[in-house]
Write a protein that binds this ligand. Structure first.
Ligand code: NAD
Length: 288
């Protein structure tokens, strides 16, 4: 078992993280997956078997992350960690004019500072500490199309993923000296429970604002967008190929209708894209 490759995947309880954990364990990897509830730990353990070990931590809780890192360090017994997948994330929505700043803080605390906390805790094991034996590991950061194309109403989420892209590029360049690679996956819609949480958007809070109608429309639309998303298994397979070195790019945009939803918007002049996005979201385009 000493040659078995080992990875840590955050947010493994559902969706993309669960699919990545499954894809890796099926390929023979040992996977430590972070969850926040004992029930999720038990369910994953029974589905994925002995190659899977749950770690219980919230990515906003530094002490709990450190305890998780201690467990992994002990299991590695001096060998390097081969992969870290920073996948845990939430999507906070609301118009930037009105959103309470605590909600923006919560978004950044999970999607950005959470990645920082986890990365700092595991970097020594990935090979930044030269006392570990074996090849340096790879980091995958789960961004989104929103990491490059910012949407209205999804400002907090878009900000968190744009910052994650910068974090990833800076980190990759800093870690070249250690041979630790950093790769971004930027999916479009993937069919996971994150879309069901659209129901949690508290539109009533914005009832007396100019964004209420747009928010309600968006909340409804998101339910179908999620249903039409890619299967999470596609991202699971891609993450496995990145961690095994079969894919050597620095960023993977994975989405349906890629030309219209990714390639073209990124080529368009920004004011043209503003109008396209306004129409898509049902925003008035001109000052009223
Ligand atoms: P999901 O809601 O099914 O999974 C999110 C995971 O993160 C869950 O396991 C959840 O428990 C965990 N998590 C949330 N807050 C946490 C916290 N504070 N501490 C620890 N874990 C926490 O959603 P998903 O779609 O599988 O999302 C996974 C990642 O993929 C996210 O970073 C998301 O932004 C990104 N993403 C998703 C889509 C999509 O369409 N589903 C598209 C692009 C990017």
């Amino acid at each position: 078992m000493t040659d078995q490759r080992t990875a840590v995947v955050t947010g493994a309880s559902t969706g993309i993280g669960r699919a990545i954990a499954k894809s890796l364990t099926e390929a023979g990897w040992r996977v430590f997956g972070s969850v926040r509830k004992e029930a999720d730990a038990a369910s994953l353990q029974s589905e994925l078997g002995e190659r899977f070990t749950p770690l219980i931590f919230d990515v906003t809780d530094n002490d709990a992350i450190r305890r998780g890192a201690d467990i992994v360090r002990e299991a590695l017994n001096g060998r390097t960690l081969n992969g870290l997948v920073n996948n845990a994330g939430i999507a906070v929505a609301g118009p930037l004019r009105h959103i309470p700043l605590e909600e923006l803080e919560r978004q950044l605390n999970v999607n950005l500072f959470g990645v920082m906390r986890v990365t700092q805790a595991f970097l020594p094991m990935l090979g930044a500490d030269k006392t570990y034996r074996g090849a340096p590991g790879r980091i995958i950061n789960m961004s989104s199309v929103a990491g490059k194309i910012a949407s209205p109403i999804m400002g907090p989420y878009s900000m968190s993923k744009h910052a994650l892209e910068a974090l990833s590029d800076s980190l990759r360049r800093e870690l070249m000296m250690h041979g630790i690679d950093v790769v971004v996956i930027g999916p479009g819609a993937v069919k996971t429970p994150i879309w069901d949480k659209a129901d949690d958007i508290d539109a009533e809070k914005y009832k007396d604002t100019e964004y209420y109608d747009v928010l309600i429309g968006m909340r409804e639309k998101y339910k179908t967008v999620g249903q039409e998303g890619l299967p999470p298994e596609d991202i699971g397979a891609l993450a496995r190929d990145i961690l095994t070195g079969r894919k050597t790019g620095t960023r993977y945009a994975v989405l349906r209708n890629k030309f219209m939803m990714w390639t073209l918007p990124r080529l368009m002049p920004k004011r043209m894209l503003d109008r396209v996005i306004a129409r898509r979201f049902g925003f008035p385009e001109k000052a009223r």
